[in-house]
Design a protein around this ligand. Structure first.
Ligand code: MIC
Ligand code: SF4
Length: 645
């Protein structure tokens, strides 16, 4: 039987288990990436492992998230990251060089390799035919220490693209279509593999947009063949030697095949407040727009921004629209400048932001009260923009540009002009001087690591208790994201200071939650969280688990979990369990006292787990699906404890 692309790469990297979907496997990791918001903790964890130098082919630390630097914390973190990188053999992409996924795609992504990144959009690399997976910082730290990455062997869904995109539609509309079909929940354990003759019409940067936002569906990753388009892109990046052809075999078998005819794609939008709340742009056309933001790791490539420049040429944006542009990388910015597109953008009234995450993570450019913001980014969760009552719509660069001109949500086909087809350059202008090479092994011992007062130590946990006896701290609904659990934006500067960061636990939903959890913990009781479907969507930030641990939560009982957050909970010694009967969710309230007697023994013996609700005298069963490896981690109180035993 033929093989899928995924199967070929996994089989070339497998170190434990076999390619049997649904079972746990371990793979060797060739490359790692971190960014500053998750990286400081990941490197603190790496340091605590006492490994003298990274054991990967390439590890790179990007500074792209916390670049606002209001207060000393971000700058201190940057300096810490730079010195750690120098010492341990890690490359460092300096602030200003661009967003991790865009830069990695341009300069380091390699067909056939494995990449593990402490950011949920790491799958962007799948555009070049690599197996690129997002994970918590601790898993990335372990990979840097040479440990395999363990995860559930995926089931593969083929997305078979046919036809070609009509004018004024683009890759963003394709992935929004995919989100309409698959939604943001129910896709854990799957990989999207793209194929079909429609795929061959998409350039590598277009594929990157699609692979990037597959993360919103909750799949392990998305992957494209490494074909002529990948070769052309790598050649234009002066990296032709990095190319190798990788395709699925013609008789490869998939779990499911979904056909999408590109010629039927229309401009789409994800309406507030979820990336799967899809409708045609025309259906919401005419709504007044206060802000348009173009950038983020989804749509900030040269092609995106050059297309926007061509659409805007000769126009000034609508007087009521604040128009933000954040190029994805310094390379994109240089190429736009040299080709004259930057001038067109400036003359159209663009407010030029740094090549960084910026508006996407809500640390700047928050919209006005009840403002309507059109963004080319990938997430529009409630409050993520920094304005709780803002209405954020996710759109393509084309729709964003058209709407910036008219001041209303506008289907770009209705502009009544010819679609500007921007060709990909044969050669990009390239300059890697903002990437710092690590010190040689001989010189590295002399490097002193800089630690400002904001840099803490990874918090310790006790081994898993014999029994869980505690209180329901908070009961939440479906599709709770890690942005709900620990918000980013202006709070993100406390990523290296867990007690401080824990103060905003569940803040967007319940301002009292952190205080309540602290009181329960200080009374010697355990905290327990009750949740609905798809708990822990979105960001890979392990802080959503670390702060949960710090506040004394021992179990999360949910209808279902997202992959990265569930792995992070186990890594920090917190038990994720699901309701056997979802109706039991209705029979629990915030403040109820719950008990799991013999919790530890139950897990050790793989027995049936019962939860007693002392407040209403009901008992219900929960499921836990832990491999032997995960049981060991959990019972030790987390992966770091296990390593130090
Ligand atoms: C995000 O887009 O939410 C982030 C910020 O990039 C996160 C990582 C983080 O929280 O630092 C992600 O996607 O993993
Ligand atoms: Fe940065 Fe936004 Fe991409 Fe996250 S989604 S890496 S915040 S640009």
């Amino acid at each position: 039987m033929g093989k899928t692309i995924t199967e070929k790469i996994i089989e070339a990297h497998i170190v434990s288990g076999r390619f049997v979907p649904g079972t746990e496997i371990g793979i060797r990791i060739d490359q790692t990436l971190t960014q500053d918001a998750t990286g400081t903790m990941a490197y603190l964890e790496f340091e605590s492992m006492h490994v003298p130098r990274v054991r990967t082919e390439l590890s790179i630390s990007y500074i792209d998230h916390n670049t606002i630097q209001s207060g000393f914390e971000n700058s201190d973190d940057h300096r810490y990251l730079q010195t750690v990188a120098q010492k341990y053999g890690i490359y460092l992409s300096r602030a200003g060089n661009g967003i991790c996924h865009q830069v990695h795609f341009e300069r380091f992504g390699k067909p056939g390799k494995t990449l593990l990144g402490s950011d949920s959009h790491t799958p962007t690399g799948g555009a070049l035919g690599m197996l690129a997976i997002g994970a918590g910082g601790l898993d990335v730290a372990l990979a840097m220490a040479g440990e395999p990455f363990c995860f559930t062997c995926p089931r593969i869904i083929k997305i078979n693209l046919t036809g070609t995109l009509p004018p004024w539609t683009s890759a963003k509309d394709i992935i929004l279509k995919v989100l309409e079909i698959f939604t943001t929940k129910g896709n854990v354990g799957f990989i999207f593999e793209y194929g079909g003759e429609g795929t061959a019409t998409l350039s590598a940067p277009e594929r990157a947009t699609i692979a990037n936002m597959g993360a919103e569906c909750g799949v392990t990753t998305s992957i494209f063949p490494s074909d002529e388009m990948a070769r052309i892109f790598l050649k234009a990046q002066k990296r032709h030697d990095d190319w190798q052809e990788i395709r699925a075999d013609l008789d490869a078998e998939y779990d499911r095949i979904v056909d999408i005819d590109l010629s039927h794609i229309v401009p789409l939008t994800a309406k507030p407040h979820s990336p799967d709340n899809i409708s045609p742009v025309r259906d919401v056309g005419g709504i007044r727009v206060d802000q348009v933001c173009i950038g983020s790791c989804t749509n900030s490539s040269y092609k995106d921004l050059a297309t926007v420049a061509r659409i805007l040429k000769g126009n000034v944006v609508h007087p009521e629209v604040s128009f933000i542009i954040a190029p994805g990388s310094r390379q994109v910015l240089e190429n736009l400048a040299r080709e004259g597109y930057l001038t067109d953008l400036i003359m159209a009234g663009a407010r030029l932001m740094e090549s960084a995450c910026g508006f996407c993570i809500g640390n700047s450019q928050s919209p006005q009260t009840r403002g309507v913001s059109l963004r080319t980014s990938n997430r529009n969760y409630l409050g993520r923009s920094g304005t709780l009552d803002a209405q954020v719509y996710l759109v393509s660069a084309e729709t964003a540009a058209a709407s910036a001109i008219t001041g209303r949500i506008t289907d770009p086909r209705d502009l009544g002009v010819v679609y500007p087809q921007v060709p990909m350059p044969d050669r990009f202008y390239i300059d890697d001087s903002m990437i710092i090479k690590p010190e040689s092994t001989e010189n590295s011992s002399a490097i002193e690591i800089f630690r400002g007062p904001n840099i803490g130590v990874p918090p310790a946990n006790d081994p898993f208790p014999e029994m869980i006896k505690g209180e329901v701290t908070i009961k939440v609904g479906d599709k709770i994201t890690t942005d709900h659990i620990v918000p980013a934006g202006t709070r993100m500067k406390y990523r290296s200071n867990i007690p401080k960061y824990s103060e905003c636990f569940f803040e967007p939903l319940d301002g009292q939650c952190s205080e309540r959890a602290t009181k329960i913990r200080d009374k010697g009781k355990h905290n327990i969280i009750i949740a609905g479907l798809s708990y822990g969507q979105g960001s890979s930030r392990e802080h959503a688990a670390i702060c949960t641990m710090f506040l004394g939560v021992k179990a999360v009982i949910a209808k279902s979990f997202e992959r990265i957050h569930a792995a992070n909970l186990i890594n920090f010694g917190i038990l994720p369990v699901t309701f056997k009967d979802d109706r039991d969710y209705e029979r629990i309230n915030q403040g109820d006292s719950l008990e799991i007697t013999d919790a530890r023994k139950t897990i050790e013996g793989s027995e049936k787990m019962l939860v007693r609700n002392v407040s209403n005298s009901l008992t219900f069963e929960v499921n836990y699906n832990l491999s032997e490896r995960q049981k060991k981690i959990l019972l030790a109180g987390g992966a770091l404890n296990l390593r130090h035993i």
